[in-house]
Write a protein that binds this ligand. Structure first.
Ligand code: SAM
Length: 190
């Protein structure tokens, strides 16, 4: 959506990175669990922003595509990848109209909720492939200003994966604090 591109381009225009340089704490924490599960090293990071998580995967040997609607975010990602000496294929696309044209061993989705994308993500996994997802949960403690439809409801994330054959290796909700989140590690049946 053009509205999203404009909003995120503005956020990625300031002097400092909107997100920190380090990967998501959850990704770094679960990586040792996820690494032995994945059947190969082909990955895609959806709504990658400035590329922190895509770059982390590339640093760990994955061949990574990173998709976002914001050209400014992607430019930053490209710069960062060059600085740290890794290659990531940054692609500008609207995920509301996205079609996966490859199969992946690992799909990341951090801080982005588009419910109709989830069946497409599962279909885009190789057998045994893994989805790692963390996004914001709607609880009474959440800081104001979030668009309600972009927030997960308690218990919802695991329900979104119920229709699919596979294993939920982790599902957790951190309901306290200004940015409550839900997390899942789902592995498609082999
Ligand atoms: C909260 S940021 C998360 C960035 C990244 N996943 C991270 O955790 O560092 C949400 C991202 O979604 C992207 N986005 C929003 N709507 C989108 C759409 N329709 N298609 C693709 N990307 C979109 C924004 O440009 C932004 O980079």
């Amino acid at each position: 959506m053009e509205e999203d591109r404009i909003k995120w381009d503005e956020r990625y225009t300031g002097d400092s990175y909107f997100f920190c340089f380090a990967p998501s704490g959850f990704l770094a924490r679960c990586f040792e669990t996820v690494r032995p599960l994945v059947p190969g090293l082909r990955a895609i990071d959806l709504a990658c922003g400035e590329g922190r998580n895509a770059i982390y995967l590339a640093q760990h040997g994955f061949r990574v595509t990173a998709v976002d609607i914001s050209p400014r975010g992607l430019e930053r990602g490209e710069r960062r990848a060059a600085e740290v000496g890794v290659s990531v294929d940054f692609v500008q696309a609207d995920l509301e109209a996205f079609r996966f044209d490859e199969r992946y061993d690992l799909i990341l989705d951090f801080n982005f909720l588009l419910r109709p994308l989830i069946p497409l993500m599962v279909a885009a996994l190789n057998p045994g492939g893994v989805i790692v997802m963390e996004t914001i949960l709607d609880t009474p403690s959440i800081e104001p200003g979030h668009t309600k439809s972009f927030l997960l409801q308690p218990g919802e994330l695991v329900q979104l994966f119920e229709p699919f054959a596979g294993t939920v290796h982790l599902f957790e909700e951190e309901a306290k604090g200004p940015t409550p989140v839900a997390r899942i590690i789902f592995q498609k049946a082999g």
